[in-house]
Design a protein. Structure first.
Length: 170
């Protein structure tokens, strides 16, 4: 999970926390997340590109949260009180799908849910990034989650922009 000024997942969790008094936690909420800051990720990629050997590194930040801890941290930094009931992953997905229909977006795919509750966003590897999410949230609380970030709109607007550039170049 990558976070930063234009990230979608952290921003949209914050958007839900700002707009609703309840945030459903899929399953037990104890699956891990080690978010990495976008600039730390860029540095990791640049360093990897200059290396001469093949390597595999887990792109994880310095902090580990459970998903429930992450949602509660976001709520705390935004000064919001939110109830976090645990619901079956399928019920959480259905609620997310309905919300996606209302905001005309794909909030999370079923595969993303499976990866989340399957603990695929955490690793025991040494931190590859230095920037703590908790510190970044504290410094950006007034901005994060103010507007909903649509993944679909981002992809389609980029496709439209690329097509416009291609048309002008022709």
């Amino acid at each position: 999970m990558i976070f930063g000024a234009e990230d979608i997942l952290i921003n949209n969790i914050a958007w839900f926390v700002r707009h609703f008094p309840v945030f459903a936690i899929p399953g037990n909420g104890h699956y891990g997340i080690r978010p990495i800051y976008v600039e730390d990720m860029a540095r990791l990629l640049a360093d990897s590109a200059t290396g001469r050997e093949n390597s595999v590194r887990d792109a994880v930040g310095p902090e580990t949260f459970t998903f429930e801890e992450l949602v509660r941290l976001i709520a705390t930094e935004l000064g919001r009180s939110v109830l976090c009931p645990h619901v079956p992953a399928a019920a959480a997905y259905l609620a997310t799908w309905l919300t996606g229909w209302l905001v005309r977006d794909v909030v999370l795919t079923w595969e993303e849910y499976l990866g989340l509750v399957g603990n695929l966003l955490a690793s025991n590897a040494p931190a590859a990034g230095e920037t703590p999410l908790s510190e970044w949230l504290r410094n950006n609380a007034e901005h994060v989650g103010r507007t909903y970030a649509s993944e679909v709109a981002r992809h389609f607007s980029n496709a439209k922009s690329e097509n416009a550039v291609s048309a002008k170049a022709s």
